[in-house]
Design a protein around this ligand. Structure first.
Ligand code: NAD
Ligand code: UGA
Length: 470
């Protein structure tokens, strides 16, 4: 058995590194068109930051794990080919802004057909609209001459920041397919380290749809608790207390109830929009509207937070310095795709604030690129005002203290653990008064921050202390 994986990204890289680590007898070849990314996988500076990933890659790389740009050769040699390429939201034409762009997946299918002979198992690892396997099968059968194949759906459920843990000890592995022999071959790979009872098998369409559904349910929990956070701020209830109270009901459960500035990441929004598009396509507009509300609520949560900052700071942040702590979409990753921080920073820049940004893992070029992209309209244009702000009103610094120095306010946008360990008296001493602290992750202990002198505004917590007579 030889494995090839097309796509060396956040999923292809870690997933294949784990398979190679756990199955030393299986050669695993990960290929990508992006030479810089492959070079990074072959270096000591891996292209993605994930706790524990470096060790996993070092154990297998050079033994049975290879990274290269030799796509054709890798496909040709493999018995099992994983497709793990990006499936972003389409930005043009039919379904723009909603449907998944399947261009890269289709190109992979054509390439597999072109350079294969004998029998191959083609595994959809990318997240795909339900019934994509039908298209993959048609391409393979119409383009290939000397090839027989089976198509499996094996969606990935890892979360960034905990990818290694999730891959080592997943709640379940899902395999959808038609051929029992092909399903068994993939089950045998995972069974090297995952108990058989956690390997679920279904038909192809259930597997494809389960991945979109899992992300929709997870994102829905975040939007639900964020909707309640707005009501908490208005009434004096505390969203963390409400989350604890409802989460102890075993039917609801405690996970994914952390109120925040809104979910980010490359997948929740894209996958829900894809689900919305599919529902519309299948003539189910009410179902589409139901799921779309999860994304609408998420946009509202981001906007509500930047508006709260402006309103609290006497209705103007123009020429005021705001220290931004964290830019990644969650802790323990360098990924900034769809990070809520992008939109909050953009809104504050448009209010003419000066931002001093610190994130332990995100480099300055990436921050500028994300903000530029967020300010670019659908015709690819960016206004002079936005360009000016991005060039002149952002400074990226090396630590939280520098971000807070002489600042009117601090906004915590990512829940990095190191932000909890600071000398807050020192932070407070260098800030202007009142020293506003906007905690977008409810990360810091409000009472101790207030005792130092910060004016704290947290998510889902009323800014006014409740009075007995209220
Ligand atoms: P990514 O953008 O990090 O990586 C995709 C890689 O595929 C890129 O490096 C790109 O250069 C490469 N690629 C594209 N077309 C190619 C081709 N024809 N030949 C060779 N290489 C090609 O994307 P990702 O975050 O790894 O996501 C991949 C898929 O997995 C998506 O469908 C996503 O929805 C899904 N997914 C992602 C996560 C996550 O945490 N990021 C989790 C579960 C599932
Ligand atoms: C998510 C899913 O958790 C994975 O199972 C899935 O494989 C992946 O999407 C995918 O398909 O890409 P990921 O986006 O990496 O993983 O990270 P999450 O931990 O789910 O966080 C997503 C966003 O929601 C983050 O911005 C996070 O801060 C936010 N979040 C999460 C909250 O605001 N509150 C919570 O309680 C949980």
């Amino acid at each position: 058995m030889k494995i090839c994986c097309i796509g060396a990204g956040y999923v292809g890289g870690p997933t294949m590194a784990m398979i190679a680590k756990q199955c030393p007898e299986i050669p695993v070849h990960v290929v990508d068109l992006n030479q810089a990314r492959i070079d990074a996988w072959n270096s000591d500076q891996l292209p993605i930051y994930e706790p524990g990933l470096h060790e996993v890659v070092m154990e297998a790389r050079g033994r049975n794990l290879t990274f290269s740009t030799q796509v054709d050769a890798a496909i040709e040699e493999a018995d099992m080919v994983f497709i793990s390429v990006n499936t972003p939201t389409k930005t043009y034409g039919i379904g723009a802004g909603r449907a998944a762009n399947l261009e890269f997946v289709e190109k992979c299918a054509r390439q597999i057909a072109r350079c294969s002979s004998g029998h191959k198992i083609v595994v959809e690892k990318s997240t795909l609209p339900v019934r994509t396997a039908q298209a993959v099968k048609r391409i393979l059968s119409s383009e290939a001459t000397n090839l027989t194949f089976d198509v499996l759906s094996n969606p990935e459920f890892l979360a960034e920041g905990t990818a290694v843990e999730d891959l080592l000890d997943p709640d379940r592995v899902l395999i959808g397919g038609e051929s029992q022999q092909a399903i068994d071959a993939l089950c045998d790979v995972y069974a090297k380290w995952i108990p058989r009872e956690r390997i679920l098998t279904t038909n192809l369409w259930s597997s494809e749809l389960s991945k979109l559904t899992a992300n929709a349910f997870l994102a829905q929990r975040v939007s639900s608790i964020n909707a309640i956070s707005a009501l908490c701020e208005a009434t004096g209830a505390d969203v963390d207390e409400v989350a604890r109270a409802i989460g102890t009901d075993s039917r609801i459960g405690p996970k994914f109830l952390k109120s925040s500035i809104g979910f980010g990441g490359s997948c929740f929004q894209k996958d829900i929009l894809n689900l919305v598009y599919l529902c519309e396509h299948f003539g189910l507009p009410e179902v589409a509207a139901y799921w779309e509300q999860v994304v609408i609520m998420n946009d509202h949560q981001k906007q509500r937070f930047s508006e709260r900052i402006v309103k609290t700071m006497f209705n103007t942040v123009s020429d005021k310095k705001i220290g931004i702590w964290g830019f990644a979409f969650k802790k323990d990753t360098n990924d900034t795709r769809e990070s809520a921080a992008i939109y909050i920073c953009r809104d504050l820049l448009r209010e003419r604030a000066r931002l001093t940004i610190y994130d332990p893992r995100v480099p300055v070029e990436q921050i500028r690129a994300e903000l530029t992209y967020a300010c670019t309209d659908s015709n690819g244009q960016i206004s002079d005002a936005d360009r000016h702000m991005i060039e002149n009103n952002i400074e990226v610094v090396d630590d939280c203290y520098a971000a807070a120095d002489q600042a009117h306010a601090i906004a915590v946008l990512t829940e990095w653990d190191e932000f909890k360990e600071l000398d807050f008296q020192r932070v407070h001493d260098t800030m202007l008064r009142p020293a506003f602290l906007f905690d977008g992750r409810n990360l810091l202990d409000r009472e101790s921050m207030e005792s130092i002198g910060f004016e704290v505004h947290a998510i889902g917590k009323s800014s006014q202390k409740p009075r007995a007579e209220d």
